[in-house]
Write a protein that binds this ligand. Sequence first.
Ligand code: AMP
Length: 281
Amino acid sequence: MILFKTTGPLQKHLKKLADQGFTIGFVPTMGALHSGHLSLINECREQCDITVCSIFVNPTQFNDKKDFEKYPVTIENDIYLLETNKTDILFLPAVEEIYTGGLNELQHFNLGYLENILEGKYRPGHFQGVCNVVYRLLNIVKPNIIFLGRKDYQQCLVLKTMMQEFYPSVKIALVDIAREQSGLAMSSRNMRLTEKALANAATIYQSLSFIKQNIFEKDIDTLKSDAREKLLQHGFAAIDYVEICDADTLLPVNLFDKNKNFIALVAASIEDVRLIDNVVL
Ligand code: AMP
C-alpha cells in the first residue's frame, strides 16, 4: 500500500494509473476502521483494479464540537487493516489539504428536503459538510466508482443528489450493513460504549427487526411507539427518531403500499453516544 498525505503526488500517481487503463475505486472513511469499512474495501477490490481509501475526520460535518473531539482515532491499526486487506492506496490528508481556502469557505449544495429531514433535522449542517468533503475528495481521486455503506442510508441519497449534478459519470456502489453477532450495526462510535451499553445497543436492531416482522400485524404508529418503548427499556436516553419511510424518497409513510419499498430508521443515544441504523422492510 502506498500512503499519500498530500494531494499533488496522489493525483500524479492516480493519473498514471488511469492513463494505463486501470479502473479506480474509492472508499472514503473517517478511520477507526472495522469490518463494515473492510466490506467496502473488499467490494471495491472485487469491482476495480485499484482500491483507494481515504481517512479524514471531516470537521465540517460535525454539528457537535464535542462529538468531533471525541471521534476515535486508531490510525496505526487502520493502516494495518488496510494493508492486510490489500488496499492499494491510502490518502491521509490534513485539514488544509482538503479545505485549501480554510474551513469558512464552504460550497453550498442544493439538496432539497433531504437536507432537513431525519439526520438533517437533528444534525443541522451535517449533510452540507458531508457533500463538501466528498465533492473535494472526488475531485482529487477522480474514481470510476465510489463505495458507500447502506448504514448511512440518507447519506447515500444525499450524495447521489450531489453527484448527479457534479459527478454524473462516477458510479455509486452501495454495500450492505455489516453487523456484530448481536445484530448491532458496526460503527466506529461503538468503541466509546461500555460493555453493558454495547449489549443494550443491540436493541436498535431488535426494534428494527420487530418492525419488519410486524408490518402486517400492526399499524405504523403502533410499530413506531413499540420500537421506541423497547429502546427506552434498554438504556437509550434520547431517541431522535424511529421512522418508517418510503425507501426511495425517505419521506415518512402512514400506510404500507405493496408496490413501494419501505425502510425503518432509528437514531438514538446511549451513554451519550449517538447511534443510527436502518432495515429495509
Ligand atoms: P465512516 O468512517 O463512518 O464515515 O464510514 C465510511 C463508510 O463506511 C461510509 O460509506 C459508511 O456508510 C460505511 N460504513 C460504516 N459502518 C458500516 C457498516 N456497519 N456496514 C457497512 N458500511 C458501513
